[in-house]
Design a protein around this ligand. Sequence first.
Ligand code: SAH
Length: 382
Amino acid sequence: MPYRLPQRFEDEQPKNVMPLGPPIGFHYQGYDTAYGSIGDSAEDAVRGTNDSAVESRCSAVNLGYFKDDYVKFFTRRTNERRPPIINRGSYARFMGFDIFINKFLEAGDMNKQIVVLGAGSDTKYFNLKQENKQPFKFFEIDFPQITFKKIQTIKRNKQISNLIGDYEINNGNTELYGKDYYIISEDLKFFTTKVVEKLKQHGFDINLPTMFLSECVMIYMDPMDSDAIVKWISDNVPTAMILAYEQILPNDAFGQMMIKNLKARNIELKGIDAYPDLEDQKKRYLSRGWDQAYAININYFFNSHIDPSEYHRQMLIEIFDEIEEWKLIAQHYCFAWAFNTKNEVYKNIFNDIKFPTYSLSIPKNALPKKMGSKDDNMDVDN
Ligand code: SAH
C-alpha cells in the first residue's frame, strides 16, 4: 500500500476512547507491605500503573500477540481480556522494545548492560535469560513498594528463581543481587545522588555499552528529575542509548481528554508539557549532549516498522473495528530514542540499531471481513 498524505485529527471530537495506559477498567487495589499500606497518594497512583501494564500485557500474551512465559506470575488477574485497541497498544509497545533490545544485544560481542528505569513487573530479563540472550548485567530500578512485591513473586516461584540462578536479597526484601540481574529499590528522582552509587556497587561499568529503557516511566516524573537522568547518562556513559515510550500531544482534544481521564485516577503526566511533541522529544536528548535522537509516534511505528508477515499474523488475532480511535490513541504515544558514541572503541556499535522500514501491502482478502472492509486500516500518518 503506498503512503498516504498524513491526515490530521485535531479537529475530530474524540468518541468514547480511553488512553492506552492505564486502560479501561483501571482500578487500583490496595495492599500492605513492610513499607506501609498503599493509599491514595499521587505516587501510589503512579505505582499502580504497573498493575495495569502487567494485566494488559497478560491479555495480549493470552491472545497470542506475543510470547512471554513469565508475565502471568506477576498478576492475579491472569484472565482479564482487554479490548482489541488496548491489546494492539501492548503489542506495539512490546514490539518496539523487542526489536531494539535484540539489535542492541546482537551489535558486537562485547559485554553490555541494560538498565530499566521504573521496571515494575517488567519480564524482559526473564525472557532474555530463557533464550540465553541476557546481557552481561541487567539492572532494574523501581520504588521499594514495587520491588518488594516483585521479589516476593520471584522467591515463591521456582521457575523464575532457577532462571536467575544464585542471588542474594537485601535491604528489607526490596533489593535482589544476582550474577547478571539486579533489582535496586530507589526513587528515580535520586538517580544521580543515590541510584548511580548503588548501580556501581553492583558492578555497573560506565565504560560498557549500555541501553537505558523508560517504558511509561519518565513521563510520570518531574521533568527536572528525568532531565537529570538524561544528562547524567550523556555526561558519564560514553557509549549509551536510551529508548523511551510515552505519551505526547497534550494540547489537542484527544490529548486533553487523555490527561483528564488520568487525572480522574490521580495520575499526572508530569513530563508531557515539557516534551509535548516529537521534535521536543528529540531535543530533550540533543540539548543534553546526546549525539543523535529520533522520535516517532506509535501509529507510524505500527504501520511502517513491523515486518509484514508478523503484521499480518497479529492482524488475524482479533476483529478490529476501532480504526479511527486507534489512530488517535497511537498518535498520542511515541517511541523516542537517542545514542551517544563518544568512545572511539565502540564508535559504530549503534549503526544498525534502527527500526526496519516496510511498505505494507496486505491483500485485503487476506484479512477477516471487517478488517478488510476499511481501506484506511493501513494508513501511514505522522
Ligand atoms: N516499565 C514497566 C512499568 C510501567 S508502570 C512496564 O512498562 O511494564 C510505571 C513504573 O514506573 C511503576 O512501576 C512505577 O513505580 C515506576 N516509577 C515511576 N516513577 C518512579 C520514580 N520516581 N522512581 C522509581 N520508580 C518510578
